[in-house]
Ligand binder design. Sequence first.
Ligand SMILES: [Zn+2]
Length: 320
Amino acid sequence: MMHRDGRADGAQMRATNKQKARLMLEALLLVLLIAAVIVTGVRGTLCPPNSSYEILTSAVTPPKDGPLLTVTLLDVGQGDAILLQSPNGRTMLIDAGPEDAFDAIRAALRVYEIKQLDAVVATHPHADHIGSMADVLKRYPVGAFFTTDVPETTIVYEQMLRALQRNGCPVYNTASGMEIVWDDAVSVKVLNPIAGEPAEDANNASIGLRVCYGSTRFLLAADLESAGERRLLDTYGNDRLRADVLKVGHHGSDTSSCKAFLDAVHPSCAIISDGRNNAYGHPHPDVLNRLQAIGASVYRTDTDGVITLFSDGDTITIVP
Ligand SMILES: [Zn+2]
């Protein structure tokens, strides 16, 4: 009996060990499953519907201490959203990307602990620039809002107008000759639209800005096309258009960045805001060739993601 019992005990023990091993395996699988759900859940909250956006999860480290102008081209896919932070901590948002871009904008504002926007610019009323503007206006106090008087009949435009009313911020129709008074250390001049001269269309009427800090100059060309660029050349001549950094007009479309304009601006750095594998084929190879011909370094949100530029008033550092 003892022997049999002994064998029976041994078999029972082996069975118990097997059960324990299976239980441990099941527990391990359960832990892995929970971990996978948690990771997927976290990812789901960080990413906007278009998962090809790069979402800022931490602030980009500045190259040095001291007062800096920071210009961040957010990655909002096919559209524009540019965040400016002044040396004195003032904030400006130029455009608000397409309709699914709000998560990318909110993430950047959160990372930089920005709770209000001193100035917001809607360069023109197309959906790839004001798509998430209503969300921005609903959730952030805004000091002043700058727009053009080009009306639209789209839903996003009407949503923006309703959100503007609820926000209660002052709204300014913007044209050349104006300066956006934003920070004593930084000059923000409106180059376009040209006051008193009706533009051909919304793109050519879009708000073009020249931002200067110390000796560094940024030209933000919104969706200007060649007609608008030529008008700028006629109005300002070459010298007043020169800049170190050009935010290339209209996402690198071939209808923009004509040779004469690029020759006048002559940027050492050109930045393009466009979506990965966008349906428009932006940026156009001819535009890239024209930029290369003037010796500009090109950065693109579709390949570089979020692009951050720091100016100390003397030099500009780019962190793609
Ligand atoms: Zn656009």
